[in-house]
Structure formats: structure tokens, C-alpha cells
Design a protein around this ligand. Sequence first.
Ligand code: 5MM
Length: 346
Amino acid sequence: MESGEVNPQLLSATINTLFGGGKGLLAMDESTPTCDKRFAAVGIPQTAEARRAYRELIITTPGLGRYIGGAILFDETIRQTTKEGVPFPKFLADAGIVPGIKVDEGTNDLAGHPGERITAGLDGLRERLLEYSNLGARFAKWRSVITIGDGIPTRGCLDANAQDLARYAALCQEVGLVPIVEPEILMDGDHTIELCAEVTGEMLFTVFSEIYQEGVDLEGMILKPNMVLPGLSCPIRNSIDEVADITAETLLRVVPAAVPAIAFLSGGQSGELACSHLNAMNLKFRERLPWVLSFSFARAIQHPALEIWAGEDTQVSAAQNALFHRAHCSQAARCGDYTTDMETTK
Ligand code: 5MM
């Protein structure tokens, strides 16, 4: 193959491994500031060694590969090793979990658009992707952040973020990495679920327009969207079925059937709620979904484990049990087999 040519078989093989057997993804790609914020909230020291120890706890959870097909790492994490000196990507691969990498460099204010953000990281990305590939990554992730508020999002913000997502995806495919395209509509605000559906649909339409224009192979990418939810301070709270219906219908209108998999972010929902929503979509829309509908949760899988661990060596095993349980529930939801009884019969 010539340089720059996409290898669709390689991309498809990676995607099949990520989602085969009803599995989904574990996002453990918190940047250092985000990880430190989560540590500070439960009183864990914010050091590189504590971050390493926490990520080791996660990836050495016995049997995690039964439910998790791929784990998204952060730049610091992909270079770290277990206590015994095994590089994290190798440990994951040996456990049957495909290593992936977050390649965006966070968000900045979007010039000329007060209150809106643009994701950084395209400069030098081709070279970084090659390095990550050499470190063992087989897929990548880039997150754009869209806020709903007074007069926002603007068309300029949607266009700029969608174009960067598409350019990132094309660069990934060129080096054989499967791109996860993550346009996140934040839950912050008092907007209704209907407004979230409108903005989510508009952003996804814009993203796929750019993806067509950039020549991205639809069969060789993964979409990581938000679920369609009311804003956190919206007084109207919607039922599980309402969220499932409006989310699935929004996606059915705009996501091409050629895309093999959709893996939701949890966005700050509890593990139980995120699983209930995902499960309802897989149950109610089983006959209509052209794509795998799975998960790429961070907080909805990790949060209970982080609280139990709290930086204490003696708590590692209990924390791993909690992580394993959330991974199991997420996998059940991805198959439409989750019930809240699973939460009481651990
Ligand atoms: C939205 O965040 C992604 C999914 O996490 P949740 O399931 O908790 O919503 C997550 O992969 C995120 O992109 C990473 O944690 C990196 O976040 P930062 O803010 O550190 O770039």
C-alpha cells in the first residue's frame, strides 16, 4: 500500500475486536488536570505515581477483558508500566484489551465566540499518531465540547469543531488507527431534552458532512456521542424510556448506517442511570439499529472504584471488584440484558 492509503481491513478488524462478544470501551484517558481534580475530590495525592498506581489498579482488574474490548489511555499513561515493569499497552493487549489513546490536547476559548470552545492538537498530529502506534495504540480519540446556552452554540463553533474532528479522523485512518469521533454536547445548563436533541442532531449532521468532505472511511470509524438528556438544572426530568427514545431517534436520523459502532460517553450520569438508558435503547430499538450501540464510559465505570480505593493499597481488591461490576453492568446494557437487580445481587 502507498503511504497515505487507508487499509479498511485493518480498521474493521480492530473495530470487531473492540466490540465483539458484546464488549465496549473503558475511557481512562483523563488528562492530568482532570485526573488530579477527581483525586482531589476523594483526598488522593495528585502525583504521577498516584496516577500510575490508579491506572495499574484499573488495568490489572482480574477478568476485565470479558467485558471491556478497548481502553483509552492518556499520553502519560501509555508510557507508564506496572510495578513489575510491564508497559501498560502490553499488559492490556495480553489481557485481551486493545489499547487506545486520547490524542486531542484539550480545549481553548474559540476566538470571536464568547462561551464556546475549540479543541487543540492538530499541529504535529501525524507524527504523534505514528509514535502512539509504535507504543501499541490501535485506536484514537478526539473530543470536541459544545455548550448549550444563551445564543450558543453558534454555527461557527459547530463548523470549526466538526471540521477538526474530520481532519483528525482522516489522519488516524492514514496510519491504521481507528478514530473515535467524540462531539460532546455538555449537560450543563437548564435546557430541555428537546433542545439537546436539536443541538445533538445539528452537530452530528455537521460532523458527518465534514467527514464526507474529508474522505473519511465511514466503515473504519467509531462515533462517541452524548446521550440526549435535559440540562442538569432543567426542572423537567425525563424518564428512562423518554431518554432512550429521543436519543435513538436523533441518532437514527443523522448517523449513516455504514458506521459500524456508536459508543456513548456517560457525561456525569451515574453508572446505574447510564446503563439503564443504554439498555433501554438496545431493547426497544433492537430491530431498527444499523450500528452496534455500546459504551465508552469513564465516570460511569470508574467512579465507585475510585472512591473505594481512595489511594489506599489495602483497598485495591475491593476497588477492582467495583470496577469489574460496573464493566459487567455496562456490557449487559450494551446487549439489552441489564436490570437494576444486577446492582443488588453483586
Ligand atoms: C466526556 O468525557 C469522556 C467520557 O467520560 P465520561 O463517560 O465520564 O463522560 C472522557 O473520555 C474524556 O474525554 C476524558 O476523560 C478526558 O477528559 P479531559 O477533560 O481530561 O480532556
